[in-house]
Design a protein around this ligand. Structure first.
Ligand code: AVJ
Length: 327
């Protein structure tokens, strides 16, 4: 059975096969799951940009404030700087603001953007194309593949600053975060720097409303994953029959998002050769967002072969930027 949208390149065909394979694998685990990286199709990316503007989701604004306030200090720590890398650049505005804050003292720059979402890369590229004297290189790839490509292409003298912002690290479980930081370290040279943005542990009711907002935008973002599976894999999820649920798991220090079946039902996913039955209340676990204590970010960086350089904390919204250097 063919997926309902015909892929027009080998790369897209490969992506669709990977998506179909992941849906088959994760949806048949106990409990049922789906990887959160598949949220970000064009509509999902737009819904995420909308989430960032919600009064209850404070991650993006807190981080932007920290970057505006400390951008110069960050850039001063890692001179001479020739290369920026951003893993998951979103709209590209944070990178643009950071580069602008130190613009007067820089020569030509190379800026690498890595994202699985073509829509996100496109938006970030448009934002950053206004920068003078900067070569923008796009990597439509997983972070791991993108980092490997960048390490292989490396040509300019000067240091590299890698940005992993927006609390994107929160999607990894603790062993996954350690492994991923090791992976970043392996793609860098001693003296290169890494700036990580992490959302911090805060009162449960604040976390709850950030992931279950009164406008229902986060619910739409979560349920859009099923819309995407219907469109790309020919599935027949009844979107109305799945409810958004967000919960704070204090023991694991993470927010979780789930899609809960409102009735007993069967769903077919032809491209994954899959038929799944759901009981009333049975759910699909779609995302974990781990929340950190400031010193735990430092510990994770040190375990991965980085030396702590500095940390800036927004106390109002509970968010940290941590700068470290590859040893
Ligand atoms: C982009 C992964 C950092 O976990 O807070 C926002 C995604 N999910 N609202 C996060 C998200 C629900 C976000 N990250």
């Amino acid at each position: 059975m063919r997926p309902s949208v015909a892929p027009d390149s080998a790369a897209e065909r490969g992506e669709l096969e990977a998506f179909a394979g992941d849906v088959e694998y994760y949806l048949t685990l106990t409990p049922r799951q789906l990887p959160s990286r598949y949220f970000y199709d064009a509509l999902g990316s737009a819904l995420f940009e909308a989430i960032c503007q919600l009064p209850w989701y404070r991650v993006t604004r807190a981080e932007r404030r920290l970057l505006a306030r400390h951008g110069r200090a960050i850039l001063t720590r890692v001179q001479p700087l020739s290369t920026f890398v951003e893993l998951g650049p979103g709209s590209g505005e944070k990178m643009a603001a950071l580069i602008q804050s130190g613009r007067s003292r820089q020569g030509p720059l190379t800026v690498h953007l890595v994202d699985v979402s073509a829509a996100a890369l496109d938006l970030a590229h448009r934002t950053l194309s206004a920068l003078e004297d900067a070569e923008i290189v796009l990597h439509e790839a997983t972070y791991e593949v993108g980092l490997t490509q960048i390490a292989a292409e490396r040509q300019r003298a000067g240091r590299t600053l890698t940005l992993f912002l927006g609390s994107n690290i929160g999607n990894f479980d603790p062993p996954g975060a350690d492994a991923f930081l090791h992976h970043i370290r392996a793609a860098l040279t001693a003296g290169d720097a890494l700036l990580v943005g992490t959302d911090l542990v805060k009162p449960a009711h604040e976390l709850q409303i950030a992931y279950d907002d009164p406008l229902g935008v986060t619910a739409a973002f979560n349920r859009n994953l099923l819309v995407r599976i219907n469109r790309e894999l020919g599935a027949d999820f009844d979107i109305d029959a799945f409810r958004h649920r967000a919960l704070w798991n204090a023991a694991e220090s993470r927010m979780e998002m789930h899609l809960v079946s409102a009735r007993r039902q069967r769903v077919r996913v032809p491209a994954s050769s899959l038929e799944v039955g759901f009981d009333v209340g049975e759910s699909i676990w779609t995302e974990s967002s781990y929340k950190y204590q400031p010193q735990h970010v430092v510990g994770a960086l040190e375990r991965a072969g980085f030396r702590f350089a500095d940390q800036w904390i927004d106390e109002t919204d509970g968010f940290a930027l941590t700068l470290a250097e590859a040893m």
